[in-house]
Write a protein that binds this ligand. Structure first.
Ligand code: FES
Ligand SMILES: [Fe+2]
Length: 427
C-alpha cells in the first residue's frame, strides 16, 4: 500500500506538481501523426498533463503544439485557420507560428509592435514512426530525443494505436508491470497462442532490477520441463515495455505501452509495436477494431465493456473482447484515482512495488534538486539497446542470467556495448 500522501504525490501531474514536473522532463507521446496528416490541414486538440493544447502542421510540414486558448481573449485555436505557416484565430485574426510567436495582430493599428511583447505557450515536438512526441519541461533542461529502437526501424515494421483510458495514468502503468494478471484477466479457454503457459503456473516468480532507464522486470513460470521467462521493462517516465505475447525469438521486437496523463483522471494509452526484421501484418493490430475515430473505446465503462456473461463461462475469463478492454475494465473500475492506502499487496505485486519505489525515489530526488535519470544529454547516449523485452522458453537447469547475461545490470555496467554488438552479429 501507499500512504495517502505518496499516492497523491505519484498521481497528480498538473503543472507545478512534483510528478508533473518530473514527467515534463522527458519526451512523451502527444498525438499521432494521423491526427494532423497534411500541411495546412485541420488542427487537433491535445489534452496533456492537464494542459489544453492544439497541434497543427504548418505549410512547411513542421508541427506546432501550442496553447489552445488564444493569447488575445481566449478563443479556442482549434477552430483556427491553418494558413501560410501559422494558425490564425477565428475571432480577431491573431496568428501564431509553431514556436508561439504572435506573428500578426491585424485588428491592431498599423505599425503596432504589441505582438512583439507577447509569447504564447508552445512546446517542442519530434515526430517518429507515426507518433508526435513533445517536451513540456523547462527549455534549458530539454534532453535529446531518445533514439529508441521503435523510433528508428522502418515505418512498415512498426504500428501504433492510441486510446483514451478513463482513469489516472498510474493505474494503467502499473498493469504493465504486473505479469500475474496474464494468467487471469487475459486468459482464453480456447487453446490458442500461448495460453497454456499462463495457465500452467499462475504464480510467477518475480525478479526486478533497477537500471539506468527504470526497472527491468523478469517473471518466470514453470512449464513442464522448462521455464517460461518474460522480460519486461518500466522505462521512465510512463513507458511499459512488454513482450509481444507468445514465446519469441529474442530478436523479434516488442511492444511499448505508454500511459500519458491527459489530466489526473484520464490518460492516453499508446501501444507501439515493432518488428526487427520484417513488416508488421495487419492482423497483428487487432486492437484497432476496438477504438473509435475519436480514440475513445467502443467497449467502455458506460456499456460495461459489452461484457457477455455466457462468453465468460465458455470463451474467456472476462466475457469481454480484446485485451485492450480487459485492461481498461480492470484499471478503470478501480475508480478515477485509486486510493492505494486501501489495497493489500501480495508477493505477486513485487514488480509493481519496485516501479512505485523507483518513481517515488525519483520524484523526491527531483524535489530536492537532483537531476532525474535516463535523460539523453550527449549524442552517444541517446540510444538504449539494452531496453529489450521478450518471452522465452528455457530449460529448467539453464538460468536466464547465464543465457542472457547482457540483460543484467552488472554486465551492462561492465560492457554497455554487449547487447548492440550481439544484436549486430545476429542480424
Ligand atoms: S481571441 Fe483570438 S484574436 Fe481575439
Ligand atoms: Fe494486461
Amino acid at each position: 500500500m501507499l500512504s495517502k500522501e505518496d499516492n497523491e504525490l505519484l498521481t497528480r501531474t498538473n503543472r507545478g506538481t512534483p510528478m508533473g514536473d518530473l514527467i515534463r522532463r522527458y519526451w512523451i507521446p502527444a498525438l499521432l501523426s494521423e491526427e494532423i496528416p497534411i500541411p495546412d490541414g485541420p488542427p487537433a486538440r491535445v489534452r496533456l498533463l492537464g494542459e489544453e493544447l492544439v497541434a497543427f502542421r504548418d505549410t512547411q510540414g513542421r508541427i506546432g503544439l501550442i496553447g489552445e486558448h488564444c493569447a488575445h481573449r481566449g478563443t479556442s485555436l482549434f477552430f483556427g485557420r491553418n494558413e501560410e505557416c501559422g494558425l490564425r484565430c477565428v475571432y480577431h485574426g491573431w496568428k501564431f507560428d509553431i514556436e508561439g510567436h504572435v506573428i500578426e495582430t491585424p485588428a491592431e493599428p498599423p505599425g503596432s509592435d504589441f505582438k512583439n511583447k507577447l509569447r504564447h505557450t508552445a512546446y517542442p515536438t519530434h515526430e517518429a514512426n507515426g507518433v508526435v512526441y513533445a517536451y513540456l519541461g523547462p527549455r534549458d533542461k530539454k534532453p535529446l530525443f531518445p533514439n529508441y529502437e521503435w523510433t528508428q526501424v522502418p515505418l512498415q515494421q512498426t504500428y501504433v494505436t492510441k486510446c483514451l483510458l478513463e482513469c489516472n495514468y498510474l493505474q494503467g502503468l502499473e498493469g504493465e508491470c504486473d505479469s500475474s494478471h496474464l494468467s487471469f484477466l487475459h486468459r482464453a479457454f480456447t487453446n490458442e497462442r500461448n495460453q497454456p503457459l499462463y495457465k500452467s503456473d499462475t504464480a510467477p516468480f518475480y525478479e526486478t532490477e533497477d537500471t539506468d532507464f527504470g526497472v527491468r522486470l523478469i517473471a518466470t513460470r514453470a512449464a513442464d520441463k522448462q521455464h517460461y521467462v518474460r522480460f519486461s521493462a518500466f522505462v521512465m517516465p510512463v513507458y511499459g515495455c512488454v513482450p509481444a505475447g507468445r514465446p519469441t525469438n529474442e530478436l523479434e521486437g516488442f511492444e511499448i505501452h505508454t500511459y500519458v496523463p491527459a489530466d489526473d483522471t484520464h490518460c492516453w494509452r499508446y501501444d507501439i509495436g515493432f518488428r526487427r526484421d520484417r513488416a508488421v501484418r495487419e492482423d497483428e493490430v487487432h486492437r484497432r477494431k476496438q477504438i473509435n475515430p475519436d480514440y475513445t473505446r467502443i467497449r467502455n465503462a458506460r456499456n460495461n465493456y459489452l461484457q457477455d456473461r455466457r462468453m465468460q463461462k465458455t470463451i474467456n475469463f472476462t466475457g469481454i473482447e480484446d485485451f485492450l478492454n480487459h485492461d481498461a475494465c480492470a484499471t478503470e473500475s478501480m475508480g478515477a484515482v485509486f486510493d492505494r492506502s486501501k489495497e493489500h499487496l501480495g508477493v505477486s505485486d513485487k514488480a509493481v512495488i519496485a516501479v512505485r519505489k523507483f518513481l517515488l525515489t525519483t520524484v523526491k530526488e527531483l524535489q530536492s534538486g537532483k537531476e532525474p535519470p535516463h535523460l539523453a544529454r550527449a549524442s552517444d547516449h541517446n540510444w538504449f539497446p539494452h531496453i529489450d523485452c521478450f518471452a522465452y522458453m528455457l530449460p529448467r537447469d539453464s538460468p536466464w542470467r547465464e543465457r542472457f547475461d547482457y540483460l543484467t545490470e552488472s554486465a551492462r555496467k561492465e560492457n554497455p556495448a554487449s547487447f548492440s554488438a550481439r544484436q549486430k552479429a545476429a542480424s
